[in-house]
Design a protein around this ligand. Structure first.
Ligand SMILES: [Zn+2]
Length: 139
């Protein structure tokens, strides 16, 4: 179970999303990951409690705590040092509603509009049988 929590799910890209695969320079900017951004949005903007927010992101509450603590530290640093905050998404995918499968062995996730809990599928990446049905919906 632990490994499938590695990928964080987010509802929508932030408006100031720094849309690049290149990691922006951290000299002039404070880089919030999309997961950190999403944790802030869920907790402080949507006013979800930690249990709801961590569940929505598909991560444990301790992980959510770490993510949001990092976000708080970065925001504080940006305020004190007067830096620009960028949200850098890297490999994160955005889908408003996602239906498909995830692999517990290699953390791959793939969309399959005809996915169902009853189907037996193999991972498209590593061929493992250790695949779970995955559906995520926006709040
Ligand atoms: Zn796999």
């Amino acid at each position: 179970m632990g490994r499938r929590t590695r990928r964080r799910w987010v509802g929508q890209p932030p408006d100031n999303f720094y849309f690049s695969r290149e990691n922006p320079s951290t000299d002039a900017n404070i880089i919030l990951t999309v997961a950190e951004f999403e944790a802030l949005r869920l907790k402080h903007y949507m006013n979800l409690n930690q249990e709801q927010a961590s569940e929505w992101m598909g991560i444990s509450q301790p992980t959510f705590s770490r993510v949001i603590e990092r976000a708080h530290q970065k925001l504080t640093r940006a305020l004190i040092e007067g830096k620009t905050i960028k949200v850098f998404g890297g490999e994160v995918d955005y889908k408003i509603t996602f239906i498909g499968y995830g692999c517990a062995d290699c953390d791959s996730e793939w969309e399959d509009r005809s996915a169902s809990r009853d189907k037996k599928v193999k991972c498209i990446n590593c061929d493992s049988d250790n695949v779970y049905y995955l559906i995520r919906e926006p709040i």
